[in-house]
Design a protein around this ligand. Sequence first.
Ligand code: AMP
Ligand code: MG
Length: 333
Amino acid sequence: MSKDTVLLSTEQHGIAARLLAEGGVVVFATETVYGLGANAYDDAACRAIFAAKGRPVDNPCIVHILDEARLDDVIVGADEITRALFSVFSPGPLTVVGEKHAAIAPAATGDLDTVAVRIPAHPSARSILRAAGVPIAAPSANRSGKPSPTTFRAAVEAMCGRVDAIIDGGACSVGLESTVVTTESGCVRILRPGAITAEMIRERLGVRVEFANGGESRVSPGTRHPHYRPDARVLAVERAEIEPTIARTRGEMRTQPDRDAGIGIILLGDELPESTETRTIVFPTVEAMAAGLYESLLEFDRRGCGVVIVEMPPPYGLGTAVRDRLNRAAGRE
Ligand code: AMP
Ligand code: MG
């Protein structure tokens, strides 16, 4: 596939919206990750998303809308919990699944009769939605299976030559894909953890919150496919396992002349007690780790690392979402 891709600067959202209205596919920034968008009413345009990504057609997109007033344009009969979730957490990194409105293109939802809906907070996404005046179907703008782009550079590397335009929205502040939930009789089920955490939903809405397990892959089809994997092999381990894992990996790479250049390390909180020759990125907080994780993995790929060793954050709050992505990046789920 080789298309002429226009690179747009931040203020050129009018051009991006016009391309979308004409049936084009445009990459734009959201607060989670860069998205690969098309008019959600235009079936041919939505099919072009899947071609650009190399994405299996049964893996549905998220449909983005500007505000809660437009919820009934995309979901039929949204329930009270759905409305409460949007009113508390939107605009923001939360996606809610509901019954699909007939006007939404079948390709946008992988032919499902449900639709996943989000109201993004990023000014670039909002300007484009406002100017386009239609809901925008957009999965993450990575090639299928790879980490999602969270910088303009990574979006260009992934999608130049495959889409009509890419608009610069800077670095994404959240850095992980949105929390995806379904609602049912007084309960919220998390299909994909994200920056809106189970703890936050419990506290703000006072409802029961559960995590869907592996058996739920029919409800959230995207979780079936390999995800978030850079070219390098990812070893995601707890803090206590970091140093033994580095030592073992060095041993395995003994035969390579520049073995340290071949290992990337991503840590949370503290440097290792002894400085090493390997390339290390240290994030001070889980939030910073979430924001920088994909770009770090892609940066180690650019530098030709064969292995990336990553410290798993603790398993609560935002750490749950980071661990989910790392487990998948490491091929564990
Ligand atoms: P992406 O935008 O690339 O992160 O992908 C969107 C993800 O949202 C999909 O991979 C699914 O896991 C989830 N999703 C989208 N639509 C639905 C739906 N109708 N039901 C359940 N999950 C969905
Ligand atoms: Mg994705």
